[in-house]
Write a protein of this length. Structure first.
Length: 279
């Protein structure tokens, strides 16, 4: 099952990237952000693939500390970037509904590129977390809860005070929470803008453009909240729940995002069909 999900993720997100690149009509801010989302999904998938398949296929249950640190950084960095992309897509939908005539002048290609660069720079705020982890001694059990490395799982194994690590990690989590709050605010503004449209048909059409993004937000944040709750109440939770939520958190969103956008987005469907006919 894990291997199948990896194949679906790489095939789906790779197809979206290829479709947007090959179709000149899709060279618009909305599809640039969709390409960024597909890229972060691929990065997240490739970050976990080496250790997960080694555990489930070959029973290899060891990982060196430097490799674990690298994997932890990649997982959290791409998670941060995905949260930023979802926020940018919410802003994109708000501008498209609030002021469609000024859409192309507000979200120019240069501004989209700057937003993408800002996402990458934001993920680099995780670098101090690596430095803090290297200073911790690990003299307890070295058994991780998942088949990949997470920060909250690693600091649990430290045999000294890790308050600084926890506080810095909490600060970074607050950024993701802030993204979710801003996304909710964007949707409140979107609903307000839609209610200002007199035509019922135009209202429905405007809301339909947000369905795919809203689904992507749910499948990103709901597993994240579930995994956080599991880590918070780990003593009262069954071991199976740890494994289930950890795998849902990283495997399900990259699989579902391409399916949702392919089914709900007509330009993507047409671009994919045109690409297949050319081949």
């Amino acid at each position: 099952p894990c291997c199948l999900m990896y194949l679906l993720t790489m095939l789906g997100n790779g197809t979206i990237l290829l479709t947007v690149k090959a179709n000149q009509r899709l060279h618009q801010p909305m599809y640039y952000f969709l390409s960024m989302l597909a890229t972060t999904n691929l990065g997240l998938t490739l970050s976990t693939l080496p250790t997960v398949l080694r555990v489930f296929w070959f029973g290899t249950r060891e990982i060196s500390f430097p490799v674990c640190l690298t994997q932890m950084f990649c997982i959290h960095a791409f998670t941060f970037m995905e949260s930023s992309v979802l926020l940018a897509m919410a802003f994109d939908r708000y501008v498209a509904i609030w002021s469609p005539l000024r859409y192309s002048s507000i979200l120019t290609s240069a501004r989209v590129a700057k937003i993408g660069l800002g996402m990458v720079c934001r993920s680099l705020t995780l670098l101090p977390l690596l430095c803090l982890l290297t200073r911790l001694p690990f003299c307890r059990s070295h058994v991780l809860s998942h088949s990949y490395c997470l920060h909250q799982d690693m600091i649990r194994l430290a045999c000294t005070d890790s308050t600084l690590n926890s506080l810095y990690g909490l600060t970074l989590v607050l950024f993701v929470i802030l993204d979710s709050v801003l996304i909710a605010f964007s949707y409140a503004m979107i609903i307000k803008a839609v209610l200002g449209i007199t035509s019922r048909e135009e209202q429905t059409k405007a809301l339909n453009t947000c369905v795919s993004h809203f689904c992507a937000v749910l499948i990103f944040y709901v597993p994240m909240v579930g995994l956080s709750i599991i880590h918070r109440y780990r003593k009262n939770a069954a071991p199976f729940s740890h494994v289930l939520m950890a795998n849902v958190y990283l495997f399900v969103p990259p699989v579902l995002n391409p399916i949702i956008y392919s089914m709900r987005n007509k330009p993507i469907c047409k671009g994919l069909l045109r690409l297949l006919c050319q081949r």
